[in-house]
Design a protein around this ligand. Structure first.
Ligand SMILES: [Fe+2]
Ligand SMILES: [Fe+2]
Length: 287
């Protein structure tokens, strides 16, 4: 190596470009409460998840931006900006689809009010490091769900087209930026053992419990009594042979291994395939 060659090691480990896309879907085809597989329980689960996105993703952006000044790496700084643009557009799209869910009888606004309270408490009492840690944990969880949506598209075959497109577009971008919050944490905080403990609590206790509460709340609020068939459908979606939890178990657990990094699970090929399929829905793309 030439003596003048400067060796630069970036703290950004992103493998894919984090593209700034715009999309526009007409959510009018979501027109009944059991829009997912004629199953109101399954539908309420997705509504609940979508209801958490506008405020949840806004907090992801804030928690990462709290560390922007400490990032001494040009590529990682650019990653953070692109990550923020992607998440902001997801928030907007989920606000729009949530309004459509409300037209079908759901009360996403009430769920948002609960989430708002929780996030406000977090901002008041959690340290910036803990807020970032929560984002890293949630981002891994989202990346696993995103991978599932792309690798097992049959799971979304029976949802209205606009929602399927939204979820698959969102999935592509979650994979593209899946390591940004992780890289910022590793670079600026670095306590990986603490992060693993936080993830374990979030992934295996807090998230499943909260999703159960939110789904139950939405159903109760609509006065819907779940049938045995609907409960079975929900169970199959999560724990069936090709269910989200059963088939993604190893990916969920990977985070707990020492030395883990999100790109050790390489789904870049999968994203390229889906980018081509969804290209007609992208209004503009700036790499
Ligand atoms: Fe997102
Ligand atoms: Fe994300």
């Amino acid at each position: 190596m030439n003596a003048n060659t400067k060796l630069t090691i970036s703290h950004s480990n992103s493998k894919l470009p984090i593209e700034r896309r715009r999309v526009k879907f007409d959510y009018a085809d979501i027109d009944r409460e059991d829009f997912h597989s004629d199953n109101t329980v399954l539908s309420a689960y997705w509504v609940g998840l979508s209801a958490t996105f506008p405020l949840g993703e806004a907090e992801f952006i804030r928690s990462v931006k709290l560390f922007e000044d400490q990032i001494e790496d040009e590529k990682l700084s650019v990653d953070v900006k692109d990550f923020a643009v992607q998440e902001a557009h997801h928030s907007l799209q989920h606000k729009l689809v949530n309004a459509q869910f409300d037209k079908c009888g759901y009360s996403t606004k009430k769920v948002e009010n609960l989430i708002e309270k929780k996030i406000f408490e977090r901002i008041e009492s959690w340290t910036p490091e803990k807020r970032l840690m929560r984002t890293v944990a949630a981002e891994h969880f989202t990346a696993v769900m995103a991978h599932y949506a792309l690798v097992e598209p049959a799971a979304l075959a029976q949802v209205p087209e606009s929602l399927r497109n939204l979820l698959q577009y969102h999935a592509i971008e979650e994979v593209e930026h899946k390591s940004v919050a992780f890289d910022v944490y590793q670079h600026c905080v670095g306590d990986m053992a603490k992060l693993r403990r936080h993830y374990a609590h979030f992934a295996f206790i807090e998230f499943p419990f909260n999703m159960w509460l939110i789904t139950r709340f939405l159903l109760k609020d609509m006065g819907h009594k779940a049938t045995w068939e609907e409960r079975k459908g929900m169970w199959r979606f999560l724990f069936g042979k090709t269910g989200m939890v059963s088939s993604m178990r190893t990916y969920y657990m990977m985070f707990l291994k020492k030395g883990f990094h999100p790109w050790q699970h390489d789904d870049s090929e999968l994203v390229s395939t889906w980018k081509e399929k969804l290209e007609p829905h992208f209004l503009n793309t700036h790499g």
